[in-house]
Design a protein around this ligand. Structure first.
Ligand code: UDX
Length: 455
């Protein structure tokens, strides 16, 4: 099929490249020329494992452009809107980019039936709003109605950064929402290879054993939009629940990792997303939970559970600072080393990263903060140059003279650091393991004052 993807971020580019790999003709459009020129040179403008290799393999089916006219909207079967929808101060999503994309699309609809898909996380009910924008833009340009030329659908993504391609090729389910059966049929056909799992697995993304067919949920537009919010908020809630139990575990001398294992074996709970730690960050959990609370307020209903998941989560960052204060008594003039800066391992994304909040709070209390990250340091220096943080290229440089080290992001390489050397170069062997990532007994044996989360 002929596909256009608008927005070449973590979601858009992953979707476009994966669909190109599956044999579709894909044009990826972005208004940022520097992104498009990088992509034309085969470079991915952000860190996502396996995406550069798959971009290379799928090159023949991919075009990149900054121009809506070049994208061939009117003759496309499917157009994905996967532009950014950042949070506004009141928690609602900023839909400026979605509106611009929908209007540019609307003007260019033509006689081929085109499915316009909201891939960006948009407020519930936006599908109808996008439809209105399309119609109005078309009518302004052509003076008539684009009846029969398009259908609007919601096809929420469930990609985790760091495993975005894996989650695209081997999802737990595909959700397609629309009021138009033609739109549902078109998207079901587009995803057929994924639903049937009958495409050749990419060389570095082997198909999980036993995966044969993927369930598809076809429903109305609003349900599909709400599925995305409900799923993300539930995942965020699972994590905050464990962090809440973790604070009690710490008081009673229990170990939250054993508790997670003990409850996770209950198939009704499941073992995943039960890792206590400094909490979630990233561009989705914070944004989706905030948007869900905001939109429910618009409809006059409260969501105390989702709100509580947020409150517990953001308190984790303060808990880290309070714990350091408790351990060090005075933070003014002390040096704290942060190992890891990205909101999680296997990404360079700093959006809503706990490290930023923790560093900000420590600096406000007069501490000196040094930080490193194997992948996200470039973004840190680019987006947060004046945060008062000393960015270091290596863990050893970061921990030099430190009065405390916090493991913020669970990068695998932090298992292989020479923790004997680290201890020697620190002024005080305080180690706060923000992800319960290290071996507590080993660290104590090496002479660290080890503090975990919920243990
Ligand atoms: C999430 C959703 O998982 C995905 O379905 C959605 O499409 C986008 O948002 P992502 O934010 O990329 O994906 O990463 P994820 O792996 O979900 O982690 C989110 C945050 O939760 C990270 O900060 C991670 O460190 C934290 N986390 C995750 C925990 O603290 N504990 C856990 O058990 C799991």
């Amino acid at each position: 099929m002929k596909v256009v993807v608008i927005g070449t971020g973590y979601v858009g580019l992953t979707t476009g490249v994966a669909l190109a790999y599956l044999g579709n003709q894909v044009t990826c459009l972005d208004i940022a020329p520097e992104k498009i020129s990088k992509l034309k040179n085969g470079q991915v403008p952000f860190y996502e494992p396996n995406l550069p290799e798959l971009l290379e393999i799928s090159r023949a089916n991919l075009n990149f452009t900054t121009s809506y006219d070049e994208a061939g909207i009117g003759s496309s079967d499917v157009v994905f809107i996967s532009v950014g929808t950042p949070s506004l101060p009141d928690g609602n999503a900023d839909l400026t980019y979605v509106k611009a994309a929908a209007e540019a699309l609307g003007e260019r609809l033509d006689h081929a039936f085109t499915v316009v898909v909201n891939k960006s996380t948009v407020p519930i009910g936006s599908g109808n709003w996008v439809g209105t924008l399309l119609r109005e833009a078309y009518s302004r340009r052509k003076g008539s109605r684009p009846d029969g030329m398009y259908g609007v659908a919601s096809n929420p993504e469930f990609l985790r950064q760091g495993s975005a391609l894996l989650d695209t090729f081997y999802p737990d389910r595909v959700v397609i929402g629309s009021e138009e059966s033609r739109a549902i049929d078109t998207l079901t056909n587009l995803y057929r290879p994924i639903l049937n799992q009958d495409f050749p697995a990419p060389v570095h993304l082997p198909r999980p054993d036993g995966l044969s067919a993927i369930p598809v949920v076809t429903c109305d537009l609003a349900s599909a939009e709400l599925i995305k919010y409900a799923a993300n908020s539930f995942l965020a809630l699972k994590i905050s629940y464990m962090n809440e139990i973790g604070h009690l575990a710490e008081k009673v001398g229990a170990d939250i990792k054993q508790i997670a294992r003990g409850i996770g074996l209950d198939v009704r709970i499941g073992p995943r997303f039960l890792q206590a730690g400094i909490g979630w960050g990233g561009s989705c959990f914070g944004k989706d939970t905030a948007a869900l609370v905001a939109i429910s307020k618009e409809y006059g209903i409260n969501m105390p559970i989702v709100q509580a998941a947020r409150d517990v989560n953001y308190h984790q960052r303060t808990w880290v600072v309070d714990t350091l204060l408790h351990e060090l008594k005075i933070l003014k003039g002390k040096t704290v080393a942060l190992l890891g800066f990205a909101f999680k391992a296997n990404t360079d994304d700093l959006r809503d990263a706990p490290a930023l909040d923790i560093a900000r709070q420590l600096i406000q209390l007069g501490a000196r903060v040094r930080a490193t990250d194997p992948v996200a340091l470039g973004n840190a220096r680019l987006f947060h140059p004046d945060a008062g943080i000393i960015y270091c290229d290596t863990p050893m440089e970061t921990v030099r003279g430190a009065d405390a080290v916090i493991l913020v992001t669970e990068w695998p390489e932090y298992h292989d650091i020479d923790w004997v050397e680290v201890k020697k170069s620190m002024d005080n062997p305080l180690l706060l393991d923000g992800r319960n990532f290290l071996d507590r007994h080993e660290m104590v044996r090496l002479g660290y004052r080890y503090v975990g989360v919920g243990r």
